[in-house]
Design a protein around this ligand. Structure first.
Ligand code: GS8
Length: 220
């Protein structure tokens, strides 16, 4: 479903970039992914396209840049409406945006706190993280996906975070599956989707990346 040229300024292990690629995959949109070197030096194109934050992902649609993953996923849903990610009613859309915001504010922070810490701090970060997952389990309820029967907006926003779970499980000494079985079942269901499976990186590679980051930040 072409509506011009689509380029994603990307970084393989970034859950924010994964959101954009999964949304494009759901819509069947072809795109060119350009891997950024976030440590060695960002491209001129990235600096020019996202002068405010200088972060990936950036979506370039016919040369016009869009920044911030949740904003980009909403844009993709508007430009390529089929299959829809956001629900048709205003209330459902507002609810989806509420949970997307919760994931950004709470869940990402909690994952970061676990891998960036050690000892007692890591222990309390782990408790906080499990609490957040349980709140997400509550939002999921008995549904297959956050929005109901089909994979939608909140699923696209949330599923990339799970690519870091293996790493945080190793550092935190726990298993998401034991603590939050319903959330875990949702993860497995999402992973059966081609749009998700082909984008989520190998958990061992993510773990190795996190070890490297911990070394770089002097944590170990
Ligand atoms: C976060 C993007 C981000 O943190 C979004 O798109 O939703 N709120 C934004 N991108 C990171 C890579 S993933 O951790 C990034 O580009 N970092 C480079 C930097 O901070 O210099």
């Amino acid at each position: 479903m072409s509506k011009g040229e689509v380029v994603v300024l990307d970084f393989w292990v970034s859950p924010f970039c994964m959101r954009v690629k999964i949304a494009l995959g759901e819509k069947g949109v072809e795109y060119e992914g350009r891997e950024e070197d976030l440590f060695g030096g960002k491209s001129e194109l990235l600096l020019k396209s996202n002068p405010i934050y200088q972060k990936v992902p950036v979506l370039l649609h016919n040369g016009k840049p869009l920044c911030e993953s949740t904003t980009i996923v909403s844009y993709i849903d508007e430009v390529w409406p089929s299959p829809p990610l956001l629900p048709p009613c205003a209330y459902g859309r507002a609810q989806a945006r509420f949970w997307a915001d919760f994931i950004d504010k709470k869940a990402f922070d909690a994952v970061g706190k676990i891998w960036r810490s050690k000892g007692k701090v890591a222990e309390s970060a782990k408790k906080e993280f499990i609490e957040i997952l349980k709140q997400l389990e509550g939002a999921l309820g008995e549904k297959d996906y956050f929005g109901g029967d089909s994979f939608g907006f909140v699923d696209v926003i949330a599923i990339p975070l799970t690519s870091w779970f293996h790493a945080v499980e190793k550092f935190g000494g726990f298993k998401v599956e034991d603590e939050c079985p319903k959330f875990s079942a949702w993860m497995k269901k999402c992973m059966q989707k081609e749009s998700v499976a082909k984008i989520i990186p190998d958990p061992e590679k993510v773990y190795e990346f996190v070890i490297m980051m911990r070394k770089m930040q002097g944590i170990e």
